[in-house]
Design a protein around this ligand. Structure first.
Ligand code: NAD
Ligand code: DAU
Length: 351
């Protein structure tokens, strides 16, 4: 049994599905079901006794204590977070509440639970904190990629809240000995991603003949990782990672945003020739405030220590992703609610 937080969101849901398929072991999935949480992501587990979904907040310490004592998990895998940089710019409060205070609440309850475990279970227990490469700040064009020893320099309220949570996790290991592991991962893409993020937003807009809004000059660089590879990296860190360590996870696939959008348009042209060329929809819009220029991940540590490397290449992963969205129009339409449209108006209305 493991306890997953945020398992109805993009990466969390992919992880839960992947975990049950590969490990076959039961999962308690605690998720608040914010706008980003979607039970449809877990529909295939509806009648699977190995999946126990609990709607709740990581800030609800009574609930967490009760879940830990009832289910006695051997690990907590902590995905729950506010995850979108643009939302952190227009409303940072929730990011502090969930990412910082929520992680603190979870750590406190994990510490109490772990401290009371008998010796073998205590030695086996892990608290795996899922974090981001954004904590390291922004790179110049010729800078070396982020390694685990790169100093923290978060630039957005989102990145700052994740950095704060990483520091708390580190402190709980250093001070109390809680067996924590932190993973810092680059940009994920793949099925089930909420269409506020670059790739699914562009697919969604292209499908609806809407403008494809590229921030600034479109030359900001991200390192793209297929979500299934991230899930495999987390499983490796859980199985073989050393307590107290951090592991960078990346796709070894640096691309600028314009290249990503143009590649995506080419795939759309092939799969939806009736509305080609999709690149005609590209529009340059006002830049994101404080927009980090470049992220790149040095994932050597997890490769040599834990034997993990990404399996997917970007072209094939992107094609699979576009196909998934085209094959699941209902999933996207169900998300296209009033709340999502209100966000599009807020973020893009005056750009
Ligand atoms: P997401 O926004 O798709 O999902 C977040 C999930 O957390 C949702 O299901 C939401 O309902 C849940 N949640 C939010 N607040 C909660 C609370 N207070 N209590 C319980 N549940 C709550 O996010 P994602 O993209 O799947 O990211 C998951 C994790 O991975 C985050 O911690 C994020 O920082 C990290 N990460 C994401 C990426 C990426 O590219 N998406 C890359 C690196 C790291
Ligand atoms: O690096 C890991 C991080 O990647 C995760 O920690 C975050 O949770 C995740 O949201 C992601 O952050 P980014 O800000 O890099 O992702 P996003 O998809 O929002 O944007 C990717 C790039 O595309 C970024 O340079 C901004 C740009 N962009 C984004 C949107 C939504 C656009 O040009 N237009 C857009 O409409």
């Amino acid at each position: 049994m493991i306890l997953v937080t945020g398992g109805a969101g993009f990466i969390g849901a992919n992880f839960v599905l992947d975990w049950i398929a590969t490990e076959g072991a039961p999962v308690v999935n605690l998720d608040k079901l914010t706008y980003a949480g979607n039970l449809e992501n877990l529909a295939s587990l509806k009648d699977d006794a190995r999946h126990c979904f609990v709607k709740g907040d990581i800030n609800d310490r009574t609930l967490i204590a009760q879940l830990l004592s009832t289910h006695q998990p051997r690990a907590i895998v902590h995905f729950a977070a506010e995850s979108h940089v643009d939302r952190s710019i227009s409303g940072p409060g929730e990011f502090v509440q969930t990412n910082v205070v929520g992680t603190f609440s979870l750590l406190e309850e994990a510490r109490a639970y772990w401290s009371a475990l008998a010796a073998p279970a205590k030695a086996q227990f892990r608290f795996l904190h899922v974090s981001t490469d954004e904590v390291y700040g922004s790179l110049g064009p010729d800078d070396p990629a982020f390694s685990e020893t790169t100093p923290y320099a978060p630039n957005s309220p989102y990145a700052a809240s994740k950095a704060a949570s990483d520091h708390l996790v580190r402190a709980y290991h250093h001070t109390y000995g809680v067996p924590t592991i932190t993973t810092n991962c680059s940009n994920n893409y793949g099925p089930l991603q909420f269409p506020e993020k670059l790739i699914p937003l562009m697919i969604f807009n292209a499908l609806h003949g809407k403008p494809l809004p590229v921030y600034g000059d479109g030359l900001n660089v991200r390192d793209w990782l297929y979500v299934g590879d991230h899930c495999a990296g987390i499983r490796a860190a859980l199985r073989r990672g050393r307590p107290g360590e951090t592991y960078n996870i990346g796709g070894n696939s640096e691309k600028n945003n314009l290249d990503v959008v143009n590649t995506l348009c080419a795939v759309m042209d092939e799969l939806r020739p009736d509305t080609a060329p999709h690149a005609k929809l590209i529009q340059f819009v006002t830049d994101r405030p404080g927009h980090d220029r470049r992220y790149a991940i040095d994932a050597e540590k997890i490769r040599w220590e834990l034997g993990w490397a990404p399996a997917e290449n970007f072209a094939a992963g992107l094609r699979k992703t576009v196909r998934w969205y085209l094959d699941h129009p209902q999933w996207t339409e169900n998300i296209n609610s009033g709340a999502y449209r209100a966000w599009l108006d807020l973020n893009y209305g005056s750009r």
